[in-house]
Structures are given as C-alpha cells and as structure tokens.
Write a protein that binds this ligand. Structure first.
Ligand code: ATP
Length: 497
C-alpha cells in the first residue's frame, strides 16, 4: 500500500485534502490523472447501467434533503457505529474494530491484551499475550488467545482491557452509539428546526423521487433508478487510504420489482451483473468473492444481502453490496410523508408498493481496487540487454486515464513533429491522449507504463518517409508493431467503450 500511495502522490492520482494545512483526516483530492480515472469509472458504470439498458433511468438528486427523509429511512435513529473512547489519550475507536483477548495461563485469566483489527489480529493478540506473561513473570502454560471485539466485552472486562493508545487498562469506555451523519443548518437560524444532514447514501434520493419518476418517466416494472453522487459519513476511523473515507462517491441503483416477483432470482442476476461489470473494467475475477450476510445479522426488513468482496493488500473487504430490501423504504416514505407510493400494474390490474433490489458501490473503492490489482514492478531488458525495473499499472483501456501517448521520435524534425501533432489533435477530439516529446523514447514509454496508458504511438522517420504507418507499442506485452491510423482508431473503438 505504501508504494501505491507514493505512486498516487508522485504521479498526481490522489493528494491528501488541504495538504498545505496539514491535511484533514478522511478526505482526499483527486489530481489530474485521478480525476480522469474516476470519471472513466463513473462513465463506464453510467453507460452500462443506464444508457445501454432500456429498463433503467438515471437521476441526480440533492445532497441535502428534507431532514424527514432521514427519519423515514431510519438513519437518524440507527445509522450508528459503536464507539469506544480512550479517556487518557482521547483516541476514539470503532468498537467492532478493536479486539481483545483474555490472557489465560493454566486455565486462569491473568489479564487482558488488545489490538486493532488488521490482517493478523489474532497473531498480534497472541504476541501481546506472550509479552504480557513474560513481563508479569507468570509461570505456566499460555493458552491460545480467543479474539473478541469490544462490542462483546462484559462490563467487568472493559476495566481490564488495555487501551491500544497507552497500553494500560482502565481508560476505555463501554461502547456507545455514534451517529455517522454530518449535521449542518439550513438558512440563517441555527436552531433545532434548521438541522439538516449531508446524505450518507444516495439511495434515498431514488426513493424520495420514486413517484416523480413513475409519473414522468414512462417506466414499467421491473425498472431501475440509478444515481451517482457524493455521500458523507463521519467514519470513526477512516483508513486504508481511500477505502474508508468521510466524503466519497457512490453509484447506486434501485431496481423495483413486482411484489410477487422471484426476488431471489433477481438478486442473483444483479450479483452476477455486478461481478461481470467489474471484470469488464479490468478487475481480475481471481480477486473477487462473495459474502452472504448471515440471516441473524440482517436488518429485519432485509431478505438477503450479498457483498462482492475484493482482495485488497490489507485484506478481503467489501466492494459492492447487493441488498434485497423488500418494500421497506417506499413504505417508510409513504408513512412519513403521507404520500401513497403504490403503483398500478397494468399486467395484473393491481395496486401495490414495489419491492427493491439495490446494488450499491463506491467509486473510490473501485478506483483503489483497480490500482491495487493493476500495480506491478517487473524486471525488463532494455534495447542493450540491460535489466531494469519497470513499474506498470495494468489498467483496462476502459478506465485508463490516458488511452494513447503520442510520441514523436525526435523533436527537431518539423515534418515528423507536424505529423505527430496532427494525429494528436485528431485523437484528442474523442479520447484522453497525451503528447510527449521530451526524453529518450524508452524513458517516455516507462512514464506511460507507470500511469497505466495502454498504448504508445511513436511517429518516426518511416512514418513520414514511407507509408504513413507508425509504431504501436503495447503496455502489457511491450510488443511493438506498425499500424496505420485507421487501424488505430478501430482498435480504440473496440477497446475503449
Ligand atoms: P462498510 O461496512 O465497509 O462500512 P457499508 O456496508 O456501510 O460499508 P453501504 O452502506 O452498503 O456500505 O454502502 C455501499 C457502498 O458504498 C459500499 O459497498 C462501499 O463501496 C461504499 N462505501 C461505504 N462507505 C464508504 C466509505 N466510508 N468510504 C468509501 N466508500 C464507502
């Protein structure tokens, strides 16, 4: 991750927000290449999810909505994470990410150890238990630790569990609920009546506008409403770079189905669609897996939730959640707003509130997954046979920030440069391209490899003196071949969609 974070900064993918003031935790800026990559992810999703389907429409709703929306949705009462404070260090932890274990020697508990959730939580706890036993000079056989998180700690245990900040017990508070919505005030008055929230998800926009879309959109069940936009969550512990941040972007779609429809089949179809889509933008299938939320942990209205998980360097984590939410959301809005949400179904001549399947994904998590899976360092041979390192980002041409780099072989030959500029201006009408005439050609290739540019085109003497063809160099194979302009456009047309 450190190498990747450094690359992101060096090449202008991601910066810390407000870095000149020391940064602000959980917020990020996207630099010139990052903004392109992000836009490409969004565009691919919008094109495939909305434009290329006949059953889904796209909308864009406001970030601040009527506060009653969040009462109806359950966020005011229940959008909480369990929070534990360390009274001494003033550090705050998410209780379900702070693990502890009893140190048991010869069957007797002699103390407690704690560790923050990581790839090796249990090992860290075991090591801490060994250190504890040694320091306290306890004789006997240490048992294997049983890791639990702080939400499972008994009151008598909380006083004995050491704070990860100080290493000493006695300063951790019992877990309490912390609402993650950011509050603000609308209008000139700052009182209870003016309280509003930055949306913690985009989904409620689709539910609140459901009737408007039905009345104006010529939609027929089953159909979906999709949206891309920023969401805000005051995460207790933003971490893993952009994986968990406080301001992020979501791509969500609510797929409304008949109340009697086979929801499980529809749910499965959407899980498959989402997986296929991730593969279509270049995420390796081998990094994807599914996690079915256990029935007992589901919200009471939920029929089933499956997460598509991705193997990040810091562990297998949720990338995309696909939830079967029944008719809960629309019914809640019906109750709280007093506006009926049922629709009349021509086919069955019945009026009912549709049920919904919701695939919800974060743009930033896809961004990070693409970088993690695409990053490689390789030993390659240069023209003279010397081995050198190359850093390469194997991004799919669909999302790569730059599609083609145009490289005139030399910069002091006017004909050659003119031809390169001509190609550049033709290509840039349609694609994100980059013109680079400085440095040795090998170095220019490396610069493009590092930012994930799938192809480089070199305009050389043959181009102007012979048949107009130029060299096309492929990022992944590093193979070179001669190609005509028409072929290049055909290649791009096929691969960049
Ligand atoms: P997590 O359990 O990781 O907090 P969640 O289950 O609360 O996520 P959802 O409410 O289902 O997430 O949100 C849908 C998607 O939005 C997630 O699958 C993820 O891709 C993205 N997402 C959620 N929270 C964040 C965040 N803090 N930063 C970046 N992306 C996020």
């Amino acid at each position: 991750m450190e190498t990747l974070v450094a690359l992101c900064k060096r090449r202008g993918f991601i910066f810390q927000s407000s870095e000149i003031y020391g940064g602000i935790n959980g917020f990020f800026d996207f630099g010139p290449l990052g903004a392109e990559l992000k836009k490409n992810i969004r565009d691919c999703w919008w094109n495939d999810m909305v434009r290329r389907r006949d059953d889904i429409v796209g909308i864009e709703t406001s970030i601040i909505m009527h506060p009653k929306v969040w009462e109806a949705s359950g966020h005011v009462a229940g959008f909480t994470d369990p929070l534990v404070d360390c009274r001494v260090s003033k550090q705050r932890y998410r209780a379900d990410q702070l693990f502890f274990a009893a140190v048991v020697v010869d069957g007797k508990t002699v103390g407690y150890v704690s560790a923050l959730e990581s790839e090796r939580t249990v090992e860290a706890l075991q090591e801490a238990a060994e250190v504890f036993k040694r320091k306290k000079a306890v004789q006997g056989k240490l048992e294997a630790v049983q890791a639990r998180d702080m939400t499972e700690a008994r009151p008598d245990e909380i006083a004995l569990i050491p704070s990860p900040a100080t290493g000493e017990p006695g300063s951790l508070t019992p877990p309490r609920s912390f609402n993650m919505m950011f509050q603000t005030n609308v209008g000139a008055m700052t009182d209870a009546a003016s309280v509003a929230y930055l949306r913690p998800e985009t989904a409620q926009g689709m539910f609140a506008d459901f009737k408007s879309v039905v009345d104006t959109g010529r939609v027929k069940l089953p159909f979906g409403i999709a949206q891309i936009g920023k969401s805000f969550r005051n995460e207790i512990t933003p971490r893993n770079f952009i994986f968990r941040s406080r301001e992020f972007e979501q791509m969500e779609m609510e797929y409304f189905i008949h109340e009697d429809a086979d929801w499980a089949k529809c749910h499965r179809e959407w899980i498959n669609w989402c997986k296929d889509w991730l593969v279509s933008i270049g995420l390796p299938e081998s990094h994807l897996s599914e996690y079915n939320h256990p029935k007992e942990k589901l919200a009471f209205y939920s029929r089933g939730t499956t997460d598509i998980m991705f193997r990040y360097p810091f562990g297998v984590q949720e990338l995309w959640g696909i939830a079967a939410r029944g008719d809960y959301d629309l019914k809640q809005h019906e109750k709280h707003s007093g506006v009926p949400q049922a629709i009349f179904d021509e086919a069955t001549k019945k009026k009912f509130v549709p049920h919904v399947i919701e695939p919800a994904v974060g743009v930033d998590r896809i961004f990070l997954a693409a970088l993690c899976a695409g990053y490689a360092e390789e030993d390659v041979k240069d023209d003279k046979g010397n081995v050198e390192k190359r850093t390469v980002l194997r991004l799919s041409p669909r999302i790569a920030p730059v599609k083609v780099a145009i490289l005139p072989l030399v910069k002091n030959k006017p004909d050659l440069v003119a031809r390169a500029e001509e190609l550049h201006s033709r290509l840039k009408r349609k694609y994100a391209v980059f013109y680079d005439e400085s440095g040795a050609i090998g170095r220019r290739y490396r610069r493009q490899d590092e930012i994930g540019t799938p192809w480089c085109v070199t305009i050389d003497f043959e181009t102007i003196e012979k048949d107009g063809s130029f060299t096309l160099r492929e990022r992944d194979s590093m193979k070179q071949r001669r190609i005509q302009e028409a072929e290049l456009f055909a290649l791009l047309e096929e691969k960049v969609y």
